[in-house]
Design a binder for this molecule. Structure first.
Ligand code: AMP
Ligand code: ZN
Length: 484
């Protein structure tokens, strides 16, 4: 199990951690704001639907980052927010509200209560996905609708300090009052102004000004009337409330760089006069057939889809880690199948061949592995070291097993489960109560599943059912129940 090193007064940092900071566009050596504690905020999901596998990539990336920090002696306090209102389909101020879209799709009334009900469902599903992917739960889950007062108070501060102006449809942040606006991704504001498409909202002074309060018939009461806070303000308010005015690391997907994160910087720094975030880290996108993952294109894939085809959270996590977080990855079932087979081999080593008997890890390989991963989270490089170690005949099995399990503290791909669970994850199930014939069919179906031969796997499942047994696929292999 992974343990966090709590309460150390003196730094115990094992090695330098290098991280690519979007703000400087450079790899920097990580230096925390406070000696030993790291405050980290990750933009969370908009819970109007199931998270797709692209969204989930963003949290596997921040999980590796968190583990690397902990592994190197830092105490990490982190927040993931949950957007349960106000995120429009466009990160600017255009488009439809995603939650409203969800309400209409599910035939729910357009009320705050129904919105809460809708988000409850998808929060639960998101947390299941997180667990399936072995992502460490954050110190704080911050749900936007629980922080309305904090958001209103931040908006008031911005208004009082002269950073906002009111229009007929809301309150806007006036970027002209914040000359450093757009430093993330080096946004050229002049170009943006001259190249702006016909601005829908003619009351905006600059196309990059963004709503911090939206007036409307649905929402909460405020001095600007009924409505709701603009999407960007929630992250500033919740980051500052849960972690403080200044934080070490902020993560998100690259789509957040131009608008959302520049808006977060402007709001937070205008309110406090302090630098908001020291290191901005962004994960690249996952594409499917080299195309954007999008509901409207009908190409979204969720964790449930992966599991229905016999892939576990570990398979998907392992596949993601074979690519660097700053590289775009293209999803394909074949690529995932290859990752599953590789991970299956690894698990076989640990649970079948080495029988999980361990000795002290090999320091040379472990050091190489740690170096790679501390070098801007080079997980593909670290996984290459792992395979080199397995193939090294000069090491005995116990040492190999110990080293793999140590590496799994960061990778967490199911190499350090207990032996029983591990063996089950290989698809081997308890046989004592099953007739031999049934066991044989189950074994054949598992083989078909591993070979991704879905038609045969389905036929075998039907055959098992006809003989009175139900098969349920779980992350840890098939669960068999007798049909009454
Ligand atoms: P959202 O639910 O749209 O607010 O997004 C949640 C997280 O997923 C954010 O950090 C996004 O940047 C990230 N994200 C969205 N689409 C993708 C994708 N295709 N690949 C990787 N990350 C994504
Ligand atoms: Zn955010």
């Amino acid at each position: 199990m992974f343990t966090q090193i709590f309460g150390k007064k003196t730094p115990v940092h094992v090695r330098d951690i290098k991280l690519y900071n979007t703000e400087s566009s450079k790899i920097e050596t990580f230096e925390p704001l406070n000696t030993n504690e790291v405050k980290m905020y990750s933009c969370g999901p908009t819970v109007y639907d199931y998270a797709h596998i692209g969204n989930l990539r963003a949290y596997v990336f921040s999980d590796i980052l968190k583990r690397v920090l902990i592994h190197n002696g830092y105490l990490v306090k982190n927040t993931i927010n949950i957007t349960d209102f106000g995120h429009l389909t466009d990160d600017g101020d255009a488009g439809e509200d995603k939650m409203m879209k969800g309400l209409k799709r599910d035939g729910l009334p357009i009320t705050l209560d129904a919105m809460r009900q809708l988000s409850d469902r998808y929060i639960k599903a998101f947390k299941n996905d997180i667990e399936e992917l072995r992502i460490l739960p954050p110190t704080n889950w911050a749900r936007a609708s629980d922080y309305i007062k904090k958001q209103i108070s931040l908006i008031k501060t911005l208004e009082e300090k002269g950073f906002a102006y009111e229009t007929s449809d809301g309150l806007y942040f006036d970027i002209a009052k914040f000359p450093k606006y757009g430093r993330l991704g080096k946004i050229d504001l002049k170009k943006l102004k001259s190249g702006a498409r016909l601005e829908i909202n003619t009351e905006k002074k600059h196309p990059a000004d963004f709503a911090i309060w939206k007036k409307g018939s649905l929402g909460w009461e405020s001095r600007w009337g009924t409505g709701f806070p603009g999407w960007h303000i929630e992250c500033s308010a919740m980051a500052m409330d849960t972690l403080g005015k200044q934080i070490d690391i902020h993560t998100g997907g690259i789509d957040h760089i131009p608008i959302h994160h520049n808006a977060e910087i402007a709001q937070s720094e205008a309110a406090t006069g302090k630098k908001f975030v020291k290191y901005w880290l962004h994960g690249a996108f996952l594409t499917i057939d080299s195309t954007k993952v999008s509901k409207s294109l009908g190409n979204t894939i969720t964790m449930r889809h992966l599991m229905d085809r016999g892939f576990s959270g570990d398979d998907y996590r392992y596949w993601l880690l074979t690519a660097h977080y700053r590289s775009t990855v293209n999803f394909s079932w074949d690529a995932l199948k290859a990752a599953k087979q590789a991970l299956f081999r690894l698990k076989r080593y640990v649970y079948e061949e080495y029988k999980q008997k361990t000795a002290t890890p090999d320091t040379t390989y472990l050091e190489k592995f740690d170096e790679k991963i501390a070098n801007d989270l080079d997980t593909p490089g670290a996984i290459a070291v792992l395979w080199d170690m397995i193939k090294d005949d000069s090491l005995d099995n116990k040492t190999k097993c110990g080293t793999l399990m140590a590496m799994d503290e960061i990778l967490d791909i199911g190499l350090s489960d207990n032996l029983y669970e591990g063996v089950r994850s290989l698809g081997v199930i308890a046989t004592d109560e099953l007739p031999e014939k049934i066991q044989e069919l189950i074994d054949r179906r598992e083989a078909a599943r591993i070979a991704c031969n879905w038609t045969e796997a389905d036929l075998l499942r039907d055959a098992i059912k006809l003989k009175g047994y139900d098969l349920e696929d779980t992350t840890h292999g098939p669960k068999v129940t007798k049909v009454e």
